[in-house]
Design a protein around this ligand. Structure first.
Ligand code: ADP
Ligand code: MG
Length: 580
């Protein structure tokens, strides 16, 4: 009897969840009927359960192909914490250990065996897999197989060969969170999936509040945000290694428990940094896009983008790492026009073929448009991924819910514009700021700018405040910066209207959302968090593997005092109940 009600019982028993989420039931039904299935569900939607439960219900072993070593260990830890027999094989293991695990797998000791796709490039390893009783192959992050996807990995192309060479063709299942239609078709075709049953639950993430801000000083904003959101874990993405280092240093100097991650660090440094973040020893991770694929840390409360990413897929995948536990989380993209230049530069620098470059420019343009849309941001994303039936605005994003306060900066803007005009629109931001500040340096005197009426017009401001204001005016389209290494500031027609006092200029100052959680609950929650950290150290698994934040939250609200009520808390299954 392999029915959905049996699957439901397993969900309760092992995971402590009482019902399936949207899409899970349909995917599991399909799999149990032996049909190949492609599941497209948002990050945090619960894709793992979709193959783990059928794995428990089928004879033999389910082979899971998963792109990152860290993810594998995590998933196996998590399965073991639920009382499910699982293991992994990847390059972190010695050959002896690999053989031992293969032998045990041959005796059907595991329900799930995780492997890295790189392994499939070895004929010898494929031969070993042929000796195992593999009933199903589950491919996680399946978009990596498509060269139109944003994380193309050539080794994913070997998966089809493996499936073909297994003595009994297994059920093939594939999962991804971000795939345009082009990529979806590629997955079905390249994996040679039969009958192509596709279950798309949509890309909507109801717990994410997206916003795009134009901040004069991004680092200050990030620092302020992180200080305001005490105790919460988050990721800051920056476009280049250098920027990662800059932001990291700024935060570190302020005593924030922060780590960094980029391709310029050694493997050991990256692993150490990632582990510290997973184990809640670091609160904030500053990283390039090299960080995060397959990071299943569920209690990431915010993702800040220091720069605009190069595509919508990359953006949504990175932002989507916030709030996997379903708790309200925030994703803030700090846009500046220089980001466009930077991305264009990165495209030019890449070794891509011309056709691919054109495609990258096209996708960059869509990303830029997203940053400027006045529409609901959640809807704009759904629209991008081809979901047309979401007409209701989300009510959570920056455009739906403008929480920023408006400050009139017309007078300051007029001073700046007037100064730029009097300097003949031939200089860069910092020199303009010098003149407004009334700096007495050689260059100012050389051009006789100390005799301009705007010289010293903003004397009472700090240098940085002036340059920040100028950058806000750039972001709002009053000032245009020319291309090149030394951009020159020019006024746009929008600025002319302000100079003629025909329009006012407002700056939006961002204001933090209030906590809705009661203070008593919060206290209890904090205590449970400390306890979870102790258990995590004792058992050497990341804290969120013990319980996600949402479970701690429910515990601190409901305060169960007996077994039955404790087992009703989401995330408390039988094994975890007994253990903790
Ligand atoms: P994905 O791989 O789709 O990003 P995961 O499989 O990591 O998501 O699941 C995200 C979180 O949702 C995990 O903490 C998981 O335990 C939880 N989850 C999965 N299914 C359910 C469910 N039916 N009810 C409640 N929580 C669930
Ligand atoms: Mg996953």
């Amino acid at each position: 009897m392999s029915t959905i009600s049996e699957a439901q019982q397993l969900l309760q028993k092992y995971y402590g969840y009482s019902s399936f989420r949207s899409g899970q039931e349909e995917i599991i039904k399909n799999i149990l009927q032996g049909r190949d299935t492609l599941g497209i569900m948002p990050t945090g939607g619960g894709k793992s359960v979709c193959y783990q439960i059928p794995a428990l219900m089928q004879d033999g072993t389910t082979l899971v192909i998963s792109p990152l070593i860290s993810l594998m260990k995590d998933q196996v830890d998590s399965l073991e914490s639920h009382g499910i027999a699982a293991t992994y094989i990847n390059s972190s293991l010695e050959q002896k250990e690999v053989s031992a695990r293969i032998r045990k797998a041959g005796k059907e000791s595991y329900k799930l065996l995780y492997i890295a796709p790189e392994r499939l490039e070895s004929e010898r390893f494929i031969a070993l897999l042929q000796t195992l009783p593999i009933s199903m192959v589950a491919i996680d992050e399946a978009h990596c197989i498509s060269q139109w996807g944003h994380d193309f990995r050539p080794c994913y192309l070997s998966i089809a060969k493996l499936i073909q060479e297994l003595p009994n063709r297994p059920v093939v299942t594939a999962f991804t969170a971000t795939a345009t239609q082009e990529v979806q078709l590629d997955i079905l075709r390249l994996l040679n999936m039969k009958g192509s049953h596709m279950v798309v639950t949509g890309f909507n993430r109801e717990n994410l509040a997206l916003s795009i801000l134009r901040e004069g000083n991004k680092k200050d904003f990030i620092l302020r945000y992180i200080k305001q959101n005490k105790n919460q874990a988050g990721i800051v993405y920056a476009a280049t290694r250098k920027e990662v280092e800059d932001v990291f240093e700024t935060l570190r100097k302020q005593g924030i428990a922060v780590g960094k991650y980029h391709a310029g660090l050694s493997d050991e440094e990256r692993i150490a940094s990632q582990d510290a973040f997973l184990f809640d020893d670091l609160r904030v991770m500053v990283a390039t896009n090299a960080f995060g694929m397959g990071i299943d840390k569920s209690n990431v409360r915010f993702v800040l983008h220091h720069n605009m990413p190069k595509t919508m897929e990359a953006y949504y995948q990175e932002a989507g790492r916030a709030g996997r536990d379903g708790e309200p989380s925030e994703c803030i993209l700090l846009f500046s026009p220089q980001d466009i230049q930077l991305q264009k530069f990165l495209i030019e620098q890449s070794a891509s073929a011309p056709e691919r470059k054109m495609n990258e420019y096209k996708r960059l343009q869509l990303m830029v448009e997203f940053c400027h849309t006045p529409q609901c941001l959640a809807n704009a994303i759904l629209h991008y991924f081809g979901e047309r039936d979401h007409s209701e605005p989300c009510g959570r994003c920056g455009n739906c819910k403008d929480e920023r306060e408006l400050t009139d900066i017309t007078v300051e803007a007029q001073k700046i514009f007037s100064c730029i005009r009097r300097m003949k629109e031939r200089f860069g931001v910092s020199f303009i700021a010098d003149v407004l500040k009334g700096a007495a340096n050689k260059r100012v005197r050389q051009y006789s700018f100390d005799s301009l009426p705007t010289y010293g017009a903003m004397r009472e401001y700090k240098d940085k405040e002036i340059t920040d204001l100028i950058h806000v005016l750039v972001a709002e389209g009053y000032i245009a910066l020319t291309d090149g290494q030394y951009p020159v500031a020019k006024l746009t027609s929008k600025a002319a209207a302000v100079l003629h006092s025909e329009a006012s200029v407002y700056q939006r100052v961002w204001n933090r959302r209030k906590e809705s959680f009661s203070s008593l609950d919060q206290l209890l929650f904090e205590q449970l968090r400390v306890l979870r950290k102790e258990l995590s150290t004792r058992d050497r698994v990341p804290p969120y593997v013990i319980f996600p934040d949402s479970t701690l939250r429910e515990l601190s609200e409901k305060i169960p005092t007996e077994a039955a009520s404790m087992l009703r808390i989401k995330g408390v299954g039988e094994v975890k109940f007994a253990k903790y």
